[in-house]
Ligand binder design. Structure first.
Ligand code: NAD
Ligand code: TYD
Length: 347
């Protein structure tokens, strides 16, 4: 199969390619990525020279460039990861989110419709549980939960999900959608909670917890997410949605405390010194209280379940960041420092 992956230089896309390109030499993988601030070409070092891997720098919002890539590679499967993905950035500047997540997804759907005859091809859309909005203390999101997004990020992802389903119903495009909970693991850009806290811990910087740290996220190790997507591509049904989650709900403050414990253990630092770095800062506007996923559909229909526990995945993640200082240095550019100043300077 010829498989085109968008956003393959970002966190989840790179983990997906690093996992699957070496395992599936019978398939050709093309990584289409605009290389925004969130991308790091170094993340693809393990696959860059493999014969079944190719890279194309292109912006989803440039339709003629996109068509040229489609004409060159004639993909049979498209796995759509590319997006603007950080909620706080979507609050600071929503325009890029509407541009890439809505217009970019639209362009990609149109490129597929042009290339594929009706019923041909497969478009897998990678989305988030944040489209469902916030849960209270109980309940879980299933595939029938009503969309109710809170942030510009989640609203733009909701819009893209609707476009994908509309292209299926109206034009017969073979699509599958997955809505996944929060991912963590190697190669995650250190603007998101877990890598940001690990890096701050390593430098003994304050650990900025929004509000009271009582918001709950359902954490999934990134490779478990990638395996779920691969299972859906292999054996899912067209037009169907799959929720993917880790059955691993954690309050933010508890995640931060576990990270203090792990970094203390791994680096031989007194834990009390690291716990002393925790500071509570002003809350995110529109901050969803709780996410939790009911992934019984994918578990029952595709025999998928997460392999990693939160404890083992978090330890692996801490060890990865400790062992990969060069990767960290390569993403902490001037742009990164500007974002940290903008987001945390006045909190
Ligand atoms: P990321 O921000 O780490 O990477 C996004 C990638 O997309 C980058 O390589 C970037 O260069 C590329 N990109 C951005 N705009 C582009 C454009 N206009 N054209 C081409 N490429 C462009 O994101 P991630 O965390 O890897 O998330 C990947 C996907 O998974 C997203 O669609 C996101 O909504 C979804 N998702 C993420 C999580 C999570 O916890 N990170 C959870 C569920 C779903
Ligand atoms: P994040 O990793 O940005 O993912 P999302 O907002 O998509 O769930 O944030 C995870 C949780 O951690 C969220 O409730 C916000 C919180 N958070 C902090 O408390 N401090 C921080 O510095 C960051 C980045 C996030």
């Amino acid at each position: 199969m010829r498989i085109l992956v968008t956003g393959g230089a970002g966190f989840i896309g790179a983990n997906f390619l690093n996992l699957l390109v070496p395992r599936h030499r019978e398939h050709q993988f093309v990584n289409l990525d605009a290389l925004t601030y969130a991308a790091n070409p170094r993340s693809l070092d393990p696959v860059a020279s493999l014969p079944n891997y190719a890279f194309e720098r292109a912006d989803l919002c440039d339709f003629s460039g996109l068509r040229a890539v489609f004409a060159r590679h004639q993909p049979e499967v498209v796995v759509h990861f590319a997006a603007e993905s950080h909620v706080d950035r979507s609050i600071a500047g929503p325009r890029a989110f509407v541009r890439t997540n809505v217009e970019g997804t639209f362009n990609l759907l149109e490129a597929c419709r042009e290339l594929w005859t009706p019923g041909q091809g497969l478009f897998h859309h990678v989305s988030t549980d944040e489209v469902f909005g916030s849960l209270g203390a109980t309940g879980r999101f299933d595939e029938e939960t009503r969309y109710d997004p809170s942030s510009p990020y989640s609203a733009s992802k909701a819009a893209s999900d609707h476009l994908v389903r509309a292209w299926h119903r109206t034009f017969g495009l073979p699509v599958r959608v997955s809505n996944c909970s929060n991912n963590y693991g190697p190669l995650q850009f250190p603007e998101k909670l877990i890598p940001l806290m690990i890096l701050n811990l390593l430098e003994r910087k304050p650990l900025p917890v929004y509000g009271q740290g009582l918001n709950v996220r359902d954490w999934l190790y990134v490779e478990d997410h990638c395996e779920a997507i691969w299972a859906i591509i292999g054996a899912g049904q067209n037009g169907r949605t799959y929720n993917i989650g880790g059955r691993s709900e954690q309050r933010n403050i508890d995640v931060v405390k576990q990270l203090c414990h792990l970094v203390a253990e791994e680096t031989g630092t007194p834990e009390a010194e690291l716990l002393g770095l925790i500071c509570y800062v002003s809350d995110r506007p529109g901050h969803d209280l709780r996410y939790a996923i009911d992934s019984s559909r994918i578990e029952a229909e595709l025999a998928w379940k997460p392999r990693e526990s939160f404890a083992s995945g978090l330890r692996k993640t801490v060890r990865w960041y400790l062992a990969n200082r060069a990767w960290i240095d390569s993403v902490r550019t001037g742009e990164y420092r500007r974002w940290i100043e903008q987001n945390y300077g006045s909190r």
